[in-house]
Ligand binder design. Structure first.
Ligand SMILES: Nc1ncnc2c1ncn2[C@@H]1O[C@H](COP(=O)(O)OP(=O)(O)OP(=O)(O)O)[C@@H](O)[C@H]1O
Ligand SMILES: [Mg+2]
Length: 390
């Protein structure tokens, strides 16, 4: 882009170091230096282009700034630059109609080319058609057990299967088992895990959508599984960057991504959760599990610091509450919040499905587990569509 073509154009620069671009790719532009707070309610009447320096801000503040942009009905095109680009922020940014990301080190020519590309895109009209090269990013939900055996894998599989039933496209849902050492999703689905972690670690920086396919196990026409073979040293065989890159590429390759998350924290856990649209903490109806669910969701909410809150799902609700098990109301008192959903107990259906291999919906479609999860997925998916349309 020549200095001439930016001449007189209003550019909002979020980050003091961007001032140095005034003599290069931003030459001739009318630059307004501002902080992230300026992004609240910003529109094309304020600026024709927004440049954000990711390195100038704390991750939480940056995430909040990008969320504010997502709420603007007529946001200008946005270019995010920096050497530290949090995955969650990048994913949310790519959901904007006109956005791009430049990873440092970059040259003035790289910046100019990215700006030129953004300004060449038409502003979305009232009824926007999808841009041909827009990156569609998956909706990503994480499922995490409050205690061992709470039913996280069972629920993750049923949720993934319910989402498949809503899709017409092949390969639209990916279930990722992040219990890298001893995940059970492959065994529950009678599928052989093919995520070879040493190869993933070696290929991480060049991993792309086609390479990712070498690691997935197709389960049905619509469902793919990313799971690693059993290996006690699996967590050490892969780097944080490799795990996050795999999640990023999966989110670009599928419409829905479901994460079966380990409950013990890894160095990639928070960033993986931060990139999710929903986090479901699965608890059973025992006092220790409910207390663990409360603590786990509080810890996640506190450590993410982005305002994202996990939702608690109560699993194995018995239809008749005799004996000392807490009722749903008592459970919510212990949790100090409402539960998002309850899933009925049905040992026969759960056991039949793992023994035969496949979702409960396939082997026992009339089970209450299937109905309860369908109700929950209907509600969460409707919220996801509403958020996307907003
Ligand atoms: N709603 C349910 N009714 C009856 N049995 C269930 C239900 N949900 C899960 N189960 C059973 O509970 C057991 C544990 O479930 P699952 O493996 O899904 O738990 P998890 O939280 O993933 O465990 P882990 O901590 O090992 O990852 C399995 O035998 C499963 O079939
Ligand atoms: Mg599990």
């Amino acid at each position: 882009m020549s200095a001439q073509s930016l001449s007189g154009r209003r550019v909002l620069a979020i980050g003091p170091a961007l001032a140095q671009l005034a003599d290069g790719p931003l030459a001739g532009a009318a630059i307004e230096q501002a902080t992230l707070a300026r992004l609240i309610g910003v529109s094309t009447t304020d600026a024709e282009l927004i440049l954000i320096d990711a390195d100038a801000w704390a991750d939480n503040a940056l995430a909040a700034g990008v969320q504010a942009l997502a709420l603007c009905p007529a946001a200008p095109p946005v270019l995010l630059v920096g050497s530290h680009l949090p995955t969650a922020v990048v994913r949310n940014l790519l959901r904007l109609e006109r956005s791009d990301v430049l990873d440092a080190p970059y040259s003035p020519e790289n910046v100019a080319a990215a700006i030129e590309g953004l300004l060449a895109q038409k502003a979305p009209s009232a009824a926007p058609a999808p841009a041909p090269h827009a990156v569609e990013v998956a909706r990503c939900w994480a499922v995490i057990g409050a205690v061992g055996g709470a039913g996280a894998t069972t629920i993750a599989i049923e949720v993934a299967n319910q989402l498949c039933a809503r899709q017409t496209k092949e390969k639209s849902v990916c279930l990722i088992d992040l219990h890298l050492a001893d995940g059970s999703a492959g065994a529950y689905l009678a599928s052989s895990p093919t995520l070879r972690l040493p190869e993933l670690a070696a290929a991480a920086d060049k991993l792309d959508a086609s390479m990712l396919q070498a690691f997935v196990t197709p389960v049905t026409k619509q469902l793919d599984l990313l799971a690693a073979p059993r290996d006690p040293a699996a967590f050490e065989a892969v780097t944080r960057e490799a795990v996050l890159r795999m999640l990023e590429i999966a989110c670009e390759s599928y419409d829905w991504v479901i994460l079966d998350m380990p409950r013990h924290r890894r160095n990639w856990t928070l960033e993986a959760l931060g990139g999710c649209d929903e986090m479901l903490v699965i608890s059973e109806l025992t006092v220790p599990a409910l207390l663990a669910a409360r603590s786990l969701s509080d810890e996640i909410e506190r450590d993410l610091g982005s305002g994202q809150k996990p939702k608690i799902v109560l699993n194995r609700l018995a239809s008749r509450m005799f004996g000392p098990a807490p009722s749903m109301a008592e459970a919510e008192r212990a949790l100090q919040r409402k539960a998002e959903a309850g899933v009925s107990s049905d040992w026969e259906a759960a056991a039949a499905s793992v023994n035969l291999g496949g979702p409960i919906a396939t082997h026992r479609p009339k089970s209450k587990i299937v109905k309860d999860i369908q109700t929950m997925v209907d509600r969460l998916a409707a919220q996801a569509v509403a958020t996307k349309a907003a």
